[in-house]
Design a protein around this ligand. Sequence first.
Ligand code: BG6
Length: 486
Amino acid sequence: MYKTDYPKGFKDGFLWGGATAANQVEGGWNLDGKGMTTAEVIRKSEKRTEMNLGSVTMKAIEEAMADTTTDHYPKRRGIDFYHNYKEDIKLFAEMGFKSYRMSMAWARIFPNGNETEPNEAGLAFYDRVFDELAKYDIEPVVTLSHYEMPLDLTIKQNGWASRDTITSFTRYTDVVLKRFRDKVRYWLTFNEINVSSFGFMETGAVDSELTEKEQLQIRYQAVHHQFIASALVVEQARKINPNFEVGCMLARMQTYPSTPNPADVRAAQENDNLNLFFTDVQVRGEYPEYMNRYFRENDVHISMEPGDEAILKMGTVSYLSFSYYMSMVTSAGKTGDTSLGNMINGEKNPYLETSDWGWQIDPVGLRITLNAMWDRYRVPLFIVENGIGALDKLGADGKVHDDYRIKYLEEHIIQMKEAVMDGVDLMGYTMWGCIDLISASTSEMSKRYGFIYVDQDDDGNGSLKRYKKDSFDWYKQVIEANGQNI
Ligand code: BG6
């Protein structure tokens, strides 16, 4: 006899919602005692498809610090969530959000990163945001570090390249975990921790003038410090509130081989391992042997202190969250036509269509990766980012007809459901950029992801008025039906 209690769809209490990050929405960059952040010195890209993950120099930072406008640094202005949070949360509630993934700006709490006392005005802002979410029973999912840190930590200790940054970070996390003990249950330590392999945006370490070899060394050392910091946060959280759930967050890049040639299959596996290495450490609590070998063969020396291995073992996360936008293709030898992608270029996949920004759209890849990660880790999974950046047009009728977004999301949700029916334990889905925001990689406004259109252009002109797109009502129905309508 077959069992009758098999999973037929998303579980009760599934955390449907949306996601944003402080540096892409808040604005209010110099208000109420907030310090300058690393995100606020990354200049807007000149071309639409030119990603800037922060290949900054100290000279560029000095120039940015001397510039007190938001003109070249749109992350300073965001979409003014700082003043509009009530209106925005009300719209999220209207869609029926069960959860809202957001991040906290560390520099609102510790403006320079190393003060002995936190900035009360910064804490009070997040109190107001959490209270507003509670009004609508929306569960906050809070990322402690999403592509930003107090700039002073870069200037004084080169960001995560320094071990001292662990102490600066855990001082901040101790304060916020205690302060929001009863307001937040779900925490994430580092957004897309694997993006540290691309430098400044995630590591806060200035290294763009170093050789590739030196960069590799500095970036993986920074990652080690983040691993330790993340594990220590897990320990703090356990002591402060046993009900806390602390997760990790990976920019998942499922890699396919370009052909069935075993050499290509192996190359794809190797590429995939470089991505899964991060969750291997954070979920399993130790460096995998394939990575120790990679370090050996690439002359990378991770400096560890006695006790680090025990910290990693003790501080494993209770759930694994990830972003998923696209898949990758790789081959052993020649590289074919390249395709742009979330933080990294891969080969072109002839079977897939691309977004306006050249990202390859692959809903089935989401099911593949959900199944593979569940098999590998057996911890609850949470999709905390998925969505499509598009050139939306606001019509004279005040509407945005974003059927392409509905199609993209629907196709991905169908695959999520398939994975759930395969037995994957999926906690929730927070669509990325539920309200239009500043792009992480290009700092554009015109790369829009939201269910809610925000009237602002790339130069910061516009009324900042919010408009519902067609996808707004569509998502509302999906949440109402717990995904059973698609
Ligand atoms: C993820 C980041 O990589 O992708 C987000 O966590 C980011 O911060 C999102 O916004 C989409 O990338 P982009 O560059 O289109 O904003």
